[in-house]
Design a protein around this ligand. Structure first.
Ligand code: PHE
Length: 333
């Protein structure tokens, strides 16, 4: 009897050690310790032993065997359950460090970078930053800027009209200049303000033109402002933004909202000139539209393309590249 018990215990412990999963172990539990198991069979056989002492001795060994099988089952079950849980955790783990790998780190688009750098440079020169709406009234976009309804200069702006209010009264702003008027209406001079934003023109796109692009407007209103202040500001900006090796010049031009008006170009270190934008002394009619007395206040304004700046700075051949959202392009900067 005792050898049979030992054999049953050894066999049970061996099958427990060999169990490969928690499910296997749960099956073994019934198999080894259930009514039909070898140990239960031996227990039933105790009655056939001859003496009480034999029964006692065999019973004690049998209890010990059952206890050791139970303990082995519990121990191995805990181990396997832990292993299975670890495997599951590993399989379902989310790598939260993934987004911090340099190869997938996000960045600002080059137009946004140019926009932010322009703001920084102008803030450094003492300007504040304002923004206006992209959907404008005809009055702010044209009329207040000295372009009455029949003005020929309007034909230079290929306008997108919005179906809102009286026909032709609402437009997608064709430039950031309407924000000049809004700023004058809202603030008391002296005003030193830049106004970046998105503008729209009903234009066929090509490598240097977009129908949706960005400008930054500048407006200075103070007492005794002259063209020299304008030229000096453009020069200071050019050196601050592009570097000491760069310079600027003004060329006579025409805008209805400035008088006199000029185009401004920058000179690159190799001596070539790059056309950047328009500028001039704020027209008296524009000051009046903004609620200011031209006898008391004078000022200058300028405006130029931000996309153009980003294009030149990074040597992008075709402005359209900047809006195809091809990551291979964007990730280069
Ligand atoms: N608004 C003009 C344009 O879009 C640029 C400009 C701004 C010219 C301010 C003069 C003064 O072409």
């Amino acid at each position: 009897m005792l050898t049979e018990i030992e054999a049953a215990r050894t066999a049970a412990l061996a099958s427990i050690a060999a169990a490969g999963s928690a499910d296997d172990l749960r099956r073994l539990d019934t198999e080894l310790l259930g009514k039909k198991g070898a140990l239960a069979g031996l227990k039933a056989g105790l009655g056939r032993l001859a003496t009480v002492d034999e029964k006692k001795a065999a019973g004690a060994v049998l209890n010990d065997a059952v206890a050791s099988v139970e303990a082995a089952l519990a121990e191995r079950l805990a181990l396997l359950a832990r292993e299975e849980r670890n495997l599951q955790l590993a399989a379902e783990a989310i790598d939260l460090t993934e987004h911090f790998r340099p190869s997938s780190r996000g960045r600002a688009h080059i137009v946004t970078q140019a926009w932010q750098r322009l703001e920084d440079v102008f803030v450094g020169l003492g300007f504040q930053v304002a923004e206006g709406p992209e959907v404008e009234t005809d009055w702010y976009n044209f009329e207040a800027l000295n372009m009455p309804p029949s003005h020929p200069a309007r034909s230079m702006h290929d306008t997108f009209y919005i179906d809102h209010g009286a026909p032709g009264s609402t437009v997608l702003r064709t430039h950031t200049s309407p924000v000049q008027i809004r700023v004058m209406q809202e603030l008391e001079p002296p005003i030193y303000m830049v106004m970046p934003g998105r503008v729209f023109r009903n234009e066929t796109t090509d490598s240097t033109h977009l129908a949706v692009f960005h400008q930054i407007e500048g407006l200075v209103i103070d007492r005794g402002i002259t063209l020299a202040d304008l030229a000096g500001t453009i020069e200071a900006f050019t050196k601050a933004f592009f570097g000491e090796g760069f310079g600027s010049r003004l060329r006579p031009s025409y805008f209805p909202f400035t008088e006199p008006s000029a185009e401004f170009d920058i000179r690159t270190p190799d001596g070539s000139w790059l056309e950047l934008g328009g500028c001039g002394m704020v027209h008296p009619n524009v000051l009046r539209a903004g609620g200011l007395d031209p006898e008391e206040w004078s000022g200058f304004a300028f405006g130029f393309g931000i996309d153009r700046m980003a294009k030149e700075r990074h040597g992008v051949g075709d402005v359209r590249e900047m809006y195809t959202n091809d990551l291979r392009f964007i990730e280069q900067f």
